[in-house]
Design a protein around this ligand. Structure first.
Ligand SMILES: [Zn+2]
Length: 196
């Protein structure tokens, strides 16, 4: 059910400042226009004047050049895993399958790191999956080879000299947070390290 505007307004009124700003910086781009308008009104009503509250910057149309600029900025950060700045960062998805006889657990996780660390992440997942994935019936038998292939396919994207599509969409999905933290290297590092 889509909440009507009155319900939405009440919701926003109940959220504390922190939550409101988090929505503005992380989810504004996904809100429908009337919901976004309400959010901006509520932020203005409370007089929240931090960078994040200037919701316009968070939802403005980014042009390709700005997006490319953000991609470059993030790719040049130190690798969240090994700390090196020798190679530009990229993104991968790590797929793990673990089975416990009748129970098969599958996880997929986005990782940002240097190509070497990304490969290591996919390799570790393949070893773990190959050892622990098969033992579930029937899903272990189905999901294990799929995860092995999935990791292998992901690895092909790790060493690309340019940002892979996953990295670009990672950046695109976090434009608000990146914009707010653009002069704050620690904030940017946090975006690629603690992925949410
Ligand atoms: Zn690394």
């Amino acid at each position: 059910m889509i909440p009507n505007l009155e319900q939405l307004r009440k919701n926003y009124e109940q959220f504390d400042d922190k939550k409101l700003l988090r929505i503005a910086s992380e989810e504004a781009a996904r809100l429908r226009p009337d919901a976004l308008e309400l959010l901006k009104q509520e932020i203005a009503r409370r007089g929240l004047t931090t960078d994040a509250a200037k919701a316009d910057i968070l939802t403005k149309e980014v042009n390709a050049e700005e997006l490319a600029g953000h991609v470059e900025t993030l790719r040049n950060l130190p690798c969240p895993i090994c700390g090196s700045t020798g190679e530009k960062l990229n993104a991968t998805i790590v797929s793990n399958v673990m089975s416990f006889i009748v129970f098969t657990h599958q996880s997929k996780e986005v990782k940002i790191a240097c190509p070497r660390c990304l490969n290591k992440q996919n390799n570790n997942a393949m070893v773990k999956t190959a050892l622990l994935g098969w033992w579930g019936i029937p899903f272990g038998l189905i999901r294990t080879p799929a995860a092995l292939m999935f990791n292998a396919r992901q690895k092909a994207q790790n060493d690309l000299p340019e940002a892979n599509d996953l990295f670009k969409s990672f950046v695109y999905g976090r434009l608000g947070r990146i914009e707010v933290n653009k002069n704050n290297p620690e904030g940017l590092q946090d975006i690629i390290t603690h992925i949410r």
